[in-house]
Design a protein. Structure first.
Length: 304
């Protein structure tokens, strides 16, 4: 009894919040309870994904062969996704991963046989250690980056415009988008996690050292023109309507899909929704000059 009275007296000596009310501790936000693994984090989309989830207070682990060339608080794992033994060693022991954002790739030609095998195995090597390792019970969602070339196997006569996610894919070509998707669906059917597949057009963003960056290509062209003492003219090509996807927009879509019921086991085309022609946009938006159309450097006859 004496001990109980002493404990009560000590409690009475503790400072109380204003108004005599006990302080309430706010539960952590859903974003703070995530642990997102970004594969391909040194690419244009990978960087945007890392920065978006960081801004939401989410724990981020990034995977890439080389160290990122941008400032980040995320944990970096130097890893070659084509090395299964290395992936098992690095990822199977990584606990608490709730989301995988997969943006890694090897090669450019999505239908080249060696690239098809390599990219399919890279996804497998990243996914399976998470499924069967320390994150087996925590993994909730996988976002898989594809692209508009998903529809490239269709002949012009077969294409239905605008391109819709519900359109059946063609059997005339095998590419790694198809084989990766088949792998993802096969694993998801046996698991409790969901997936979302993304098909953007050309993605616009910047990260130092990324080879698949439209801004890098334009910058190299601008440097060459400067050294030649020539104006930054439109380099040429037929006037074709184009769409772009801002990498930051794509990253926000990753964050939305992470726990959105509407995104569960779905595929989405994603773009900025504005349509433009390079020939018209080039002098106005890219080169710092009056809005006049300059002659093209390498004229190309229009396709008829």
């Amino acid at each position: 009894m004496a001990e109980a009275r002493l404990a009560h007296a000590l409690q009475a000596l503790q400072p109380q919040p204003a108004g005599g009310q006990e302080q309430q501790t706010s539960p952590p936000s859903p974003q703070a309870q995530r642990h997102v693994l970004v594969a391909g984090a040194t690419g244009v989309v990978g960087r945007a994904a890392v920065e978006e989830f960081e801004s939401l207070g989410t724990r981020v682990t990034m995977v890439s062969r080389r160290k990122p060339a941008y400032s980040t608080t995320a944990t970096h794992i130097a890893l070659d996704l084509s090395d299964r033994a290395a992936c098992d060693a690095a990822l199977a022991s990584l606990g608490g991963v709730t989301h995988l954002v997969y943006t890694a790739l090897s090669g450019v030609d999505i239908a080249e046989p060696r690239a098809v095998v390599d990219n399919t195995e890279m996804l497998r090597n990243c996914l399976e250690p998470l499924e069967h390792g320390a994150s087996a019970s925590s993994l909730r969602h996988v976002s898989l980056m594809q692209g508009r070339k998903f529809y490239a196997g269709f002949s012009p006569e077969e294409l239905l415009w605008p391109l819709k996610e519900r359109h059946p894919r063609t059997d005339t070509e095998v590419n790694w988008y198809f084989t990766q998707e088949d792998l993802l669906v096969e694993h998801a059917e046996k698991a409790s996690w969901a997936y979302t597949i993304w098909r953007p057009p050309t993605v616009l963003g910047f990260v130092p050292g990324a080879p698949l960056s439209m801004l890098t290509a334009i910058g190299v062209y601008a440097a060459v023109m400067r050294e030649l003492g020539k104006p930054l003219c439109y380099p040429g090509g037929p006037p074709v309507a184009k769409q772009l996807c801002d990498s930051r927009l794509h990253a926000r879509a990753f964050a939305w899909a992470a726990d959105a019921p509407a995104a569960r086991n779905q595929a989405y085309n994603i773009a900025n929704c504005d349509v433009f022609i390079w020939e018209a946009a080039f002098p106005v938006r890219i080169a710092p000059m009056p809005p006049v159309v300059l002659p093209t450097l390498f004229p190309v006859s229009p396709v008829r």
